[in-house]
Design a protein around this ligand. Structure first.
Ligand SMILES: Nc1nc2c(c(=O)[nH]1)N[C@H]1C(S)=C(S)[C@@H](COP(=O)(O)OP(=O)(O)OC[C@H]3O[C@@H](n4cnc5c(=O)[nH]c(N)nc54)[C@H](O)[C@@H]3O)O[C@H]1N2
Ligand SMILES: Nc1nc2c(c(=O)[nH]1)N[C@H]1C(S)=C(S)[C@@H](COP(=O)(O)OP(=O)(O)OC[C@H]3O[C@@H](n4cnc5c(=O)[nH]c(N)nc54)[C@H](O)[C@@H]3O)O[C@H]1N2
Ligand code: SF4
Ligand SMILES: [Mo]
Length: 912
């Protein structure tokens, strides 16, 4: 036994995982690798300190990691029922045998003595951070009785009276929790509260341009990446270990990386060029790169713009609307023969020009775009972003030249356009007002040079699937359909691969809000963030509030804006049920705490769903269906959410409703269903799903033994326009006018405050709410970033991760530009207070560096500084800047996609 009572040495752990974190920071390799050897377990790179146990003893059991949402395939080394080591599983493309430092720390999630494994009931009715809830251990019988009583009471009031909160701690759990509340109590999911971002705006533009909700640089072929507000592949994002290894290999081969970020985070550190930018100004920089490409260099892909976008569409000068064929409503283009024709009858449409057509003066969408861009000179954007005009010119030139406009490449016998450049983006862009326009501005750069859906450019993770098996498999197939009026690609959803179309939604959606998400008024939105405002003030949108909240694997007091506002919302619920492994700050507001089994103690039937939302795609990356199995017996018989809800269904005599719903979502073939009239059986359900969606020869027992089922990917699954398949993306967003008109009519009827100014045909930069400095003392913008060793507030309690954080002087500190700090008389180690202009403040320790824009402060996560007595390892460490953001002001929400404007000005003062 080692110092921590387990068969694993902490010194050995830190040495290995710390090195992995450092390597990821450098962008060299995401993670320590374990490849080769019998069963893929090479011992050569296992440090001697780890040899406290015999590597040949016990079993190496394949399963999934859940220390972040990527769910990499791993192997657990289990000796006598104890997990002694976690490594990557080299048999699976999901992680390729890599495990990151967070993943390796998973042992301590399992064995942390502060993990809760018994249901708990609050005995102190007074709720507040630091006020002892008086948790009393209760039986599962009592827990189920209370849960049913409270949920039934709420359900009797109205369907929206049951609400839920969840995010990424378990994707399946979030889905199942919502479905179960629907099936058993008639609750509906739109009352679901989710965290501040996670791709709000990014997913939508990804759908629209690639047909898949997540898009990425085609790393294998890409030679030049512009990253805006993301640390993809260096610390974060989907399929982290896969991206990290592919990205680092390509970096070594010369892939150039330019990173726009106010803070030199992992990607900035790894990049060829870090471009510090003022937060919330990316749209101006991106539109200026477009300006240079179009107006100064003429480095654009005209053929692509004519064929794959609606750039040639004729737009009426009088109305701003696209001219359409009266019978088919198809967009009209001007053909090379000067005849006006529906787009699909044009041989060689004219991309530019003004014409008279059908008695109207009109201009092509692309000519209007050129005109629109005229304002965005590099000099103009410099005043906004502080990025030197020369940098924008340099980047635009490099990007345009690297795009290889006009070139093709042959892959597996298919000739495809080759555009090895990509402008990539993620959550740094979604944290501000007008976030939708920022995402749109950046992603449009790929369109200008013809890189969207081309080899080496911006591609969807998995926009199309011809089937996972060689056998005919109608259960697992998808491909974006076509919106015929414009020839646009529609999309497939993020997880379940359901067909979806924003154009259809704009056209035929019901604009009457039915719940607090207000999604009916956001036809191009998909996040329920208006909930945060409506729950606090139900009169604002005439909605009915949630009365009983079911919080699953999340920390909702911290994940949005001002914590006091969030606390007030939580205090007003009649009852809160929380499901977690640990008691975090939010648990102080739970009435009933239900423990869930750790990922190492439970089964998930389909860890990556149909559409591999957290697994990157690529022609060389096969479809992979990994196992997620129990590697140890659950402590105290603790259950997974599937089983908790299954038990509840059984007690209510509603097995059929519950199992029927799960069967539907997981596409279980009737012949493989578990008995519908008996209590839900987890292993049986996993088997029924496996048999239904995979080859008939494969069952769950096979998967448990073999770890992963793979199937090669076809070229036309990755490149949706292979073989000249039809499809376009919008350049002129005509449908925004239709959406605006319909939303405005609905809002007038409702008599509520709503904004529609952002519904325009082209993207723009517009200032954040606190853009103008009303008081010069409030001169700094705090931002947060993610590093490779941390996951939101998920693993804060983990002593291994804390130990690594303690070796990084910046991990728990507030990072500040060294020159600015000096001017303000601040030095490393000073205790400071950050005060917002909204009666909120937070405190922390300053650390200075050259790695941050002078106008900014930066922290990791920004949700830390946990006050929970139940998380002693982390208590008080870090600064929760999220508290500085007002979270209930509708003017701070982007009304297209409901992103929260977190651009706040703060004043910094020394306190000791
Ligand atoms: N290690 C690790 N990996 C993760 C996660 C994790 O917690 N830990 N979480 C997973 C989840 S849920 C998600 S959503 C993804 C997130 O993946 P990313 O979006 O890549 O995550 P962040 O590191 O938060 O990247 C945001 C970056 O934007 C910068 N930024 C802030 N404001 C602005 C701005 O206005 N403009 C620009 N250009 N940059 C800005 C920040 O400094 C930061 O470096 O990662 C996933 N992967
Ligand atoms: N200021 C700020 N706000 C943010 C972010 C940020 O970086 N900074 N990130 C945003 C983003 S992108 C996201 S995705 C969200 C994340 O916000 P949350 O989803 O709230 O994530 P965490 O804060 O990590 O909390 C996750 C909780 O899940 C628990 N947990 C872990 N594993 C399991 C499990 O298997 N089952 C159950 N039941 N519980 C489990 C952990 O103990 C922890 O309490 O926050 C968003 N808000
Ligand atoms: S990237 Fe996430 S899922 Fe993969 S090993 Fe690390 S913590 Fe686990
Ligand atoms: Mo996220």
């Amino acid at each position: 036994m080692s110092e921590n009572g387990l068969k694993v040495s902490r010194r050995g752990f830190v040495a290995g995982a710390g090195a992995a974190a450092a390597a990821a920071g450098l962008g060299l390799a995401g993670c320590a690798t374990q490849t080769g050897g019998e069963g893929g377990q090479s011992l050569a790179n296992t440090s001697p300190e780890k040899m406290a146990y015999d590597p040949n003893e016990g079993e190496w059991i394949p399963t999934c990691c859940n220390m972040c949402f990527c769910n990499c395939s791993i192997k657990a080394h289990v000796i006598d029922g104890v997990v002694v080591e976690l490594t990557g599983n080299p048999d699976s493309p999901i992680g390729n045998g890599h495990i990151c430092g967070k993943g390796a720390s998973g042992i301590m999630q399992l064995y942390d003595p502060n993990r809760v494994t018994k249901p708990m009931k609050r005995t102190n009715p007074e709720k507040g951070i630091g006020i002892d809830p008086g948790w009393e251990e209760i039986s599962w019988d009592e827990a189920f009785a209370i849960m049913d009583e409270k949920l039934s009471a709420a359900a009797a009031e109205y369907p929206g009276a049951i609400g839920s909160a969840s995010m990424v701690a378990s994707q399946a759990g979030s889905l199942v929790k919502g479905m179960a509340l629907g099936a058993l109590y008639g609750a509906y999911e739109p009352a679901n509260a989710i965290a501040d971002l996670c791709g709000t705006g990014v997913h939508q533009v990804s759908y629209i341009y690639t047909g898949a909700g997540n898009a990425m640089p085609d790393y294998k072929y890409c030679n030049y990446i512009l990253q805006f507000g993301t640390n993809a592949g260096t610390a974060t994002r989907h399929g982290f270990n896969m991206t990290a290894s592919l990205f680092s290999q390509r970096r070594a081969e010369g892939l150039r990386l330019v990173n726009f970020d106010p803070h030199m985070s992992s990607s900035g550190e790894a990049a060829d060029m870090w471009v510090p930018i003022v937060p919330s100004t990316d749209a101006a920089a991106a539109l200026s790169i477009a300006y240079v490409l179009v107006h100064e260099l003429d480095l654009i892909d005209r053929d692509y713009l004519a064929k794959r976008t609606n750039g040639p569409a004729l737009v009426s000068n009088a109305t701003g609307r696209i001219l359409r064929d009266p019978s088919s409503n198809k967009a009209l283009y001007m053909d090379a023969d000067n005849q006006v024709k529906p787009y699909d009858q044009c041989e060689n449409p004219q991309l530019e020009g003004s014409f008279e057509a059908n008695g109207e003066v009109c201009t092509t969408g692309f000519s209007l775009y050129k005109e629109h861009l005229k304002k965005y000179t590099p000099e103009y954007q410099e005043e906004i972003t502080t990025v030197p005009a020369a940098t924008i010119r340099q980047v635009a030139k490099e990007f345009g030249e690297a795009a290889c406009i006009g070139e093709t490449i042959e892959i597996d016998g298919v000739t495809l356009p080759y555009r090895p450049v990509c402008a990539d983006l993620f959550s740094g862009l979604t944290r501000h007002k007008h976030a939708f326009h920022a995402c749109w501005s950046v992603i449009s750069l790929n369109v200008l040079v013809g890189a969207t859906n081309s080899v080496g450019g911006l591609i969807g993770f998995d926009p199309a699937c011809n089937g996972w098996t060689d056998a005919e498999q109608p259960y697992v197939q998808w491909r974006p359909s076509i919106w015929e009026e414009d020839g646009f690609i529609n999309d497939v959803s993020l997880m379940l691969a359901y067909p979806h179309s924003y154009y259809e939604k704009v056209r035929n959606g019901d604009y009457a809000p039915k719940d607090m998400s207000m999604l009916a008024l956001q036809p191009i939105g998909e996040d329920a963030h208006f909930y945060n405002i409506a729950q606090a003030d139900p009169d604002m949108y005439h909605t009915q509030p949630v009365k009983v909240m079911f919080a699953y694997g999340c920390n909702p007091i911290k994940w949005w804006g001002n914590h006091d506002e969030q606390i007030e919302v939580f205090k007003k619920f009649d009852y809160v049920i929380g499901v977690d492994l640990f008691m975090n700050d939010s648990s102080y507001f739970y009435d009933l705490f239900l423990p869930e089994a750790s990922y190492l103690e439970r089964i998930d039937p389909m860890p990556h769903f149909f559409l591999n939302h957290r697994v990157i795609g690529g022609v060389d990356i096969p479809w992979a269906y990994p196992v997620w199995q129990k590697v140890v017996e659950p402590k105290d018989g603790v259950m997974s959410i599937f089983e908790i809800m299954g038990e509840l269904a059984d007690r209510k005599g509603m097995n059929e409703a519950y199992i029927g719903l799960l069967n539907g979502v997981y596409r279980v073939k009737p012949e493989y269903s578990i008995p519908m009239d008996q209590k839900f059986n987890m292993e049986g359900f996993a088997d029924s799903v496996t048999r239904s969606v995979l080859d008939d020869k494969v069952d769950y027992a096979w998967l448990k033994e073999n770890g992963v089922y793979t199937h090669p990917r076809d070229v036309d699954e990755m490149y949706i326009w292979a073989n000249d398949a039809p499809g376009k993306v919008p350049l002129y967003w005509d449908f925004m006018f239709e959406a605006k008109e319909k939303i405005e009519a609905a809002v007038a009827d409702l008599g509520i405050y709503w904004e529609t100014d952002d519904y325009q045909p082209f993207p723009d930069w517009k200032p954040a709410v606190e853009w103008e400095a009303s008081d010069p003392a409030f001169d700094l913008f705090p931002v947060y970033y993610t590093d490779a060793i941390n996951t939101d507030s998920w693993a804060l309690e983990n002593p291994y991760i804390d130990e690594i954080n303690m070796t990084n002087p910046y991990a728990y500190a507030i990072e500040m530009n060294a020159t600015v700090a000096k001017e303000k008389g601040l030095a490393d180690g000073d205790a400071v207070r950050l005060t917002s202009q909204h009666d909120s403040w937070v405190e922390g320790i300053v650390m200075t560096s050259e790695k941050i824009h002078p106008a900014c402060l930066a922290v990791i996560a920004g949700t830390w500084g946990s006050a929970s007595e139940f998380q002693p390892a982390i208590k008080g460490k870090g600064t929760a800047i999220s508290h500085l953001v007002p979270g209930q002001d509708p003017k701070r929400l982007d009304h297209i996609c409901s992103a929260l404007d977190q651009t706040v000005r703060v004043k910094i003062e020394k306190i000791s």
